[in-house]
Design a protein around this ligand. Structure first.
Ligand code: LLP
Length: 463
């Protein structure tokens, strides 16, 4: 595509329309390692590379938009979590963040466990060889079929989310002549500091059984009585994209309190607690996430301290990070189509994807970073909004960003930290074709989820 000249658009110094931005970065060509995956860098020509391959070559071979996943980074993050928690704890990768068969194989090889929350995720996991005993099955409304599939497969645990489900799972297990290992998910009454839609431990929402009012204690009472169930622990997940450890501390304390009550009432020490996922990642340079070893240290300390005080044996801890493992490992590559400078406002840069490949900006007001990756530029920073090609004005990928004012149609832009909840929440809105996921490692790139085609669209349309 040829580069056409266009007016530079508003400059940051002339106008300051409302938005979530501060001053433009000192160097628009710099790639902040906080938001880019480990092997991303610029080569001597100024082109960004991942796993040693230039984005221009990737775009040519795989097209745009596309997600490029840095496999070495993914594996390194799995190992960092596993090492941080050590052999006496379990790390379950939350498959909802992004799941494919290649990912399942990497997890299996790196020694992680897997949390699934639907029959589809379970099928994907089993079909790629994840041992069933390393799978935890979640969900607030699992169907009988899903429960049966999970029990038959022999999943390591089912996380019970309601009184009805306690009975349902017990019934299915018993009718199959099994005793299913289960945990009970409780809501601990913590207000996690995150977007309302992704906070899950306050009481007024659909997940879990409240500790308040003795509900969770009653759930334990019922589960302990049922032959089809082996109650092994208590589960709590307080929300997502959380930076502050205080919520996890309160949650751990309250879960241990419940374990103490269970011991006092039933003489049973439940051997496991799961503190869920939800650890935040850097989407922009302003975010400061915790390292896995800091998180592990903080959680281990709280749990052991509380257990010691209560005279309980310290239970085996598990955690379920999804975003913190896969989020930082991928970027979405887009090609610039049209560029519209709006006087006194900002420049709208349209790319060839949008809310169908990243709904998070529209849904949660999420912030992202973006960079020109096919070349460097010394042009002035231009206040921009990166938008998609869908038929609505909320179709925003990056709300506020500075891009070089010589940006032109045909340039490649990359949005980092799109590994989690982008492909997994992608849609066919406007009959968009969902982009591929390409794994890149040591100079090799291979498609792990292929691009949808128009034939795929028509195949489902059987009317
Ligand atoms: N465990 C449970 C029980 C969960 O419900 C979740 C996320 C996780 C673990 C993993 O959370 P993570 O470590 O990935 O934050 N679509 C939203 C996030 C929804 C998260 C739902 N549950 C987003 O794009 O931010």
């Amino acid at each position: 595509m040829s580069r056409s000249a266009h007016p530079a658009g508003p400059r940051h110094a002339d106008v300051l329309p409302e938005g979530h931005y501060s001053a433009p970065p000192a160097d628009l060509n710099a790639l902040d390692p906080k938001v880019w995956s480990r092997t991303v860098e610029r080569d001597e020509r100024g082109t960004v590379t991942v796993g040693g391959i230039a984005v221009t070559d990737l775009a040519e071979e795989f097209g745009t938009p596309a997600y490029f996943l840095d496999e070495a980074d993914f594996r390194a993050r799995c190992r960092a979590w596993a090492d941080a928690f050590g052999p006496d704890a379990d790390v379950f990768y939350a498959g909802k963040a992004f799941l494919s068969r290649a990912v399942v194989r990497w997890l299996t090889e790196e020694g992680l466990n897997l949390d699934v929350c639907s029959g589809g995720e379970l099928t994907t996991a089993l079909s790629a060889g994840m041992p069933a005993e390393r799978i935890a099955f979640h969900g607030n409304n699992k169907s009988e079929e899903e429960i049966e599939k999970a029990v038959r497969a022999g999943v390591g645990r089912i996380v019970l989310d309601s009184f009805q489900e306690i009975v349902r799972v017990a019934h299915v297990a018993q009718s199959l002549g099994r005793r299913q290992r289960v945990q009970i998910r409780v809501t601990v009454g913590v207000e996690a500091h995150t977007h309302e839609f992704i906070a899950t431990a306050h009481e007024d929402q659909k997940f879990g059984i409240a500790l308040a009012g003795g509900q969770a204690a009653e759930a334990v009472r019922r589960a302990l009585k049922l032959d089809g169930l082996e109650l092994v622990g208590i589960h709590s997940h307080i929300g997502s994209q959380i930076f502050d450890m205080a919520g996890f501390e309160v949650s751990a304390r309250r879960v241990v309190q419940l374990l103490t009550e269970v011991r006092d009432e039933h003489g049973v020490e439940l051997p496991e607690i799961d503190l869920g996922g939800g650890l935040g990642i850097a989407y922009t340079s302003e975010d400061d996430p915790r390292e896995p070893h800091e998180i592990a240290k903080a959680l281990n300390e709280i749990v052991s301290r509380e257990c010691e005080a209560a005279g309980l044996r310290t239970p085996r801890i598990s955690v379920e990070p999804g975003r913190a493992i896969v989020g930082p490992t991928a970027f979405t590559l887009y090609r610039v189509g049209t560029i519209k400078p709006l006087d006194g406002l900002r420049t709208y840069v349209s790319v060839d994807g949008g809310m169908s490949d990243n709904i998070r900006t529209a849904l949660y007001d999420a912030e992202y970073s973006v960079a020109l990756v096919s070349r460097t530029s010394d042009a002035e920073p231009m206040l921009s909004r990166v938008v998609g090609k869908h038929c609505e004005s909320g179709d925003i990928v990056v709300r506020d960003a500075f891009l070089p004012s010589d940006l032109a149609p045909g340039d490649l832009l990359a949005v980092p930290a799109t590994g989690a909840y982008c492909r997994s929440m992608a849609s066919n809105y406007n009959h968009a074709l969902r982009p591929p996921v390409v794994a890149v490692r040591d100079g090799e790139a291979r498609v792990i989820v292929r691009r949808e085609t128009e034939e795929d669209l028509l195949r489902l349309d059987v009317g």
